[in-house]
Design a protein around this ligand. Structure first.
Ligand code: AP5
Length: 192
């Protein structure tokens, strides 16, 4: 299964993707996690990305595409993948389309987790207390939500227009949301 999980910051993409990878037996590729690993390692890429991420802005398309190409070329992606955090703007969506076409691995489903803004803010505030992620400060969260609305929301329309989008209610217990996503994927697989 080649799947994209879309949704605003705090909508549950990472949480659900880590469950889905066991169910679908494909890797969970989170561009946020890949970037955080570079920051932690103090690599050149990590140094370039650190401040941009802390502000809640997007890291350059060029850096992301290079990182993604290298990750998708690994053996564990031969039977599919779950992408979490990419694409984040229409340029990235077009780049991903071209990349997947070039390796003859077209996307099978795009699922958007829908969660009201107040709940997103509440969830991220909870995580800020528990984990202290650098970009979970109120100021950075405001920027992340603005970036999502301005740059990532059009990506949802991109997949809607390509006919492979399913919108899933992301509010509820983790198991409930998980079941909704599985149903959406099963439907997409039977149609596509
Ligand atoms: P990234 O790591 O992708 O962050 P994000 O999209 O802001 O997503 P979050 O991790 O905040 O939310 P999530 O939807 O994964 O929710 P989660 O499951 O964690 O990106 C970080 C930064 O990296 C970006 O701002 C950018 O700078 C850079 N970046 C990454 N990709 C990029 C790209 N493609 N291009 C350019 N720059 C890029 O859940 C959140 C919280 O809610 C958790 O505490 C969780 O336990 C809780 N929760 C989840 N589900 C539920 C539920 N059903 N009920 C109650 N609580 C729940």
């Amino acid at each position: 299964m080649r799947l994209i999980l879309l949704g605003a910051p705090g909508s549950g993409k990472g949480t659900q993707a880590s469950r889905l990878k066991d169910h679908l037996q494909v890797p969970h590729i989170s561009t946020g996690d890949l970037l955080r690993a570079e920051v932690a390692a103090g690599s050149e890429l990590g140094i370039a990305a650190k401040e941009v991420m802390a502000r809640g802005e997007l890291v350059s398309d060029e850096i992301l595409l290079g990182m993604l190409k290298s990750r998708l070329s690994r053996d564990d992606c031969k039977d599919g993948f779950i992408l979490d955090g990419y694409p984040r703007n229409v340029a990235q969506a077009n780049a991903l389309d071209a990349l997947l076409a070039s390796i003859q691995q077209p996307l099978e489903a795009a699922v958007q987790l829908e969660v009201p803004t107040e709940l997103l803010v509440e969830r991220i505030a909870g995580r800020a207390k528990a984990e202290g992620r650098a970009d979970d400060s109120p100021e950075s969260v405001r920027t992340r939500l603005k970036v999502y609305n301005e740059q990532t929301a059009p990506v949802v329309d991109f997949y809607r227009n390509h006919g492979n989008l399913t919108v899933v209610n992301g509010v509820g217990e983790l198991d409930e949301v998980f079941t909704r996503i599985i149903e959406a994927i099963d439907t997409a697989a039977s149609v596509g």
